[in-house]
Design a protein around this ligand. Structure first.
Ligand code: LLP
Length: 419
C-alpha cells in the first residue's frame, strides 16, 4: 500500500474512494489510477527542474499512454518521449507540446518521420546510419531540417532484467559510442539535418545510480571529442530507466541521480547543456493498480489457485519477465490465510499474476495487483478474445472513466468474412 492506496476500517481505498464501490460501479478487471499519486510522482521530477531549471522531463509514453494521463502530464509541463507515430498522435490529441517531444526507437518509418517533422518536434533520437539517411531524405523532400541526436550505446551494465537492459554492446539499441563522432561529422555535413544533442538509454527498472554515472562518463568523453571537432550540442538526454519499488527495492530519487550527472557535466565544462530525461515507469508505475475479482478458489493436491477475472492479457509482466507484483485484498477479513497462486482464465500455464501469496480470501472477493500503472494496460492484448479492461482515474472522492471497457462488437469490428 501507499499513501494513495490505503486501508480504512479493513477496506482498501484509493484516495477517498472505496475500491469495492469502484469495482461495483465499473466492473472488473479495472485499472485504477490515483491522480494525487501521479501528481506526487511528477513532483519528484519537478524538484529536479526547480534545482536545475535547464532540464526537460519527457514522459515515456509507452509506460501508460492513456490520453487522460498524457493530458495531466502535459498540464504539469511535461514533454514526451515517443517511439511511434501512434504515440505522436496520442500526444498531440492530449494537448502535448510538440516542441517538447523527443522521438526515440530503432526504426522510424517514413510516415512517422513525416508526421513528426510536420508537428515540429524537438528532436529525433537516431539509432543507426540508415535511419539517419532516411530522416535526412524525408526532411529534404519536405523542405525541412530535421533536428537530431544520436542515441549512443555506452556499453554499460544496467544490472536489470536482460529483456529490459538496453545499453550493452550486444543489444540492438543505439550507435556504438566509439563510432559516434564520425557519424556526427556526417550529420554535420548534411544540410537537411540539424545536430541538437546526444542521447542514451541504458535500460529500465534500474535501482542504482552507478550505471547512470558510468553512462554519463562515457557520453561526456564523446562530448569532448565532438567539441574538439567543433561540433557543439545543445542538450544531453540520459533516457529513462529509474526503477520503482515492487517489493522491497531501494529506489533512487530522480534528484539524486541528476545531481551526480550534473556534477560530472559541471566538472567537464558542459553546464550549458540542457538535460533531458525520459522517465516512464518511475512516473506512473506505483500510481495504479489492477482491480480484479476472485471467481473460484481451486485447491489441488499441489497448489491452491485463486482464479481471478484478470489475466496475462491484462498484465503480461509476470509471465514475460517473471515480474513480482504485490497483491492486496480489498477487504481484510478474519478468515484463515492460505497460500495461493493467483491465476487468470486464459488457456496458458503462463497465465499467472502472482505465485505463493498468503491471503485470507474467498470466491467473490476483490483483489488489487499493485504497481500496474506502468506497462500494464499499455502492454495489454485481447488474447482469448477478452475485451481489454476499463481504466479509471480517481481524484479525491471523484472517479472518472478514462477508457471504457471494450465491447465484443469492437473486438471484431475490423474483421471480414470471405464469401
Ligand atoms: N526511453 C527509451 C528510449 C526507452 O526505450 C524506455 C523504455 C524509456 C525511455 C522509459 O523507461 P522507464 O523509465 O520506463 O524505465 N515493458 C518493460 C519495460 C520496457 C521498457 C522499454 N523502454 C516492463 O514492463 O518492465
Amino acid at each position: 500500500a501507499s499513501p494513495f492506496f490505503h486501508y480504512h476500517q479493513n477496506q482498501l481505498f484509493v484516495e477517498n474512494c472505496s475500491i469495492k464501490a469502484l469495482a461495483q460501479q465499473y466492473g472488473t478487471p479495472l485499472f485504477v489510477y490515483s491522480k494525487a499519486a501521479l501528481v506526487h510522482q511528477w513532483h519528484t521530477y519537478q524538484k529536479v527542474i526547480d534545482t536545475y531549471p535547464n532540464t526537460l522531463i519527457c514522459y515515456a509514453v509507452k509506460a501508460n499512454s492513456n490520453l487522460a494521463i498524457l493530458n495531466l502530464f502535459a498540464k504539469l509541463g511535461a514533454g514526451f518521449d515517443l517511439v511511434s507515430g501512434g504515440e505522436l498522435f496520442r500526444v498531440l490529441k492530449a494537448g502535448g507540446d510538440p516542441a517538447k517531444v523527443i522521438f526515440s526507437g530503432v526504426a522510424k518509418q517514413v510516415w512517422e518521420i513525416e508526421a513528426a517533422l510536420d508537428a515540429g518536434i524537438k528532436c529525433f533520437n537516431v539509432e543507426s546510419i540508415p535511419e539517419l539517411d532516411l530522416i535526412a531524405q524525408v526532411a529534404q523532400r519536405l523542405g525541412k531540417k530535421a533536428p537530431i541526436s544520436l542515441r549512443v550505446n555506452p556499453d554499460v551494465d544496467a544490472k536489470t532484467h536482460p529483456y529490459i537492459s538496453t545499453g550493452l554492446k550486444e543489444n540492438k539499441f543505439g550507435i556504438d559510442i566509439n563510432v559516434a563522432a564520425a557519424i556526427y561529422q556526417k550529420a554535420l555535413d548534411n544540410p537537411f539535418l540539424e545536430i541538437k544533442g546526444v542521447d542514451c538509454h541504458i535500460g529500465s527498472q534500474i535501482t542504482e545510480v552507478a550505471p547512470f554515472v558510468d553512462a554519463a562518463d562515457k557520453v561526456i568523453a564523446l562530448l569532448q571529442q565532438l567539441k574538439e571537432k567543433g561540433i557543439a550540442l545543445s542538450h544531453i538526454d540520459m533516457g529513462g530507466g529509474l526503477g520503482i519499488r515492487y517489493l522491497d527495492e531501494e529506489v533512487v530519487e530522480p534528484l539524486e541521480m541528476v545531481r551526480k550527472i550534473k556534477d560530472k557535466l559541471h566538472k567537464a565544462g558542459f553546464d550549458n547543456l540542457q538535460l533531458v530525461l525520459e522517465p516512464g515507469r518511475s512516473l506512473v508505475g506505483n500510481t495504479g493498480v489492477l482491480l480484479t475479482q476472485v471467481q473460484f478458489i481451486k485447491p489441488t493436491e499441489a497448489r491452491c489457485f485463486a482464479i481471478v477475472d484478470a489475466a496475462m492479457n491484462d498484465l503480461i509482466r509476470p509471465t514475460l519477465y517473471d515480474a513480482y507484483h504485490g497483491v492486496l485484498p480489498v477487504l481484510i477479513q478474519d478468515i484463515p490465510k492460505q497460500t495461493y497462486d493467483i491465476v487468470g482464465p486464459i488457456c496458458e500455464t503462463g497465465d499467472w499474476l502472482a505465485k505463493q501469496r498468503e491471503l485470507a480470501i474467498q470466491s467473490g472477493d476483490y483483489l488489487v495487483v499493485e504497481s500496474t500503472g506502468a506497462y500494464g494496460f499499455s502492454m495489454a492484448s485481447q488474447y482469448n478474445t477478452r475485451p481489454r479492461a476499463a481504466e479509471i482515474l480517481v481524484d479525491g472522492e471523484q472517479s472518472y472513466l478514462i477508457r471504457e471497457r471494450e465491447t465484443l462488437a469492437q473486438l471484431v469490428a475490423l474483421e471480414h468474412i470471405v464469401e
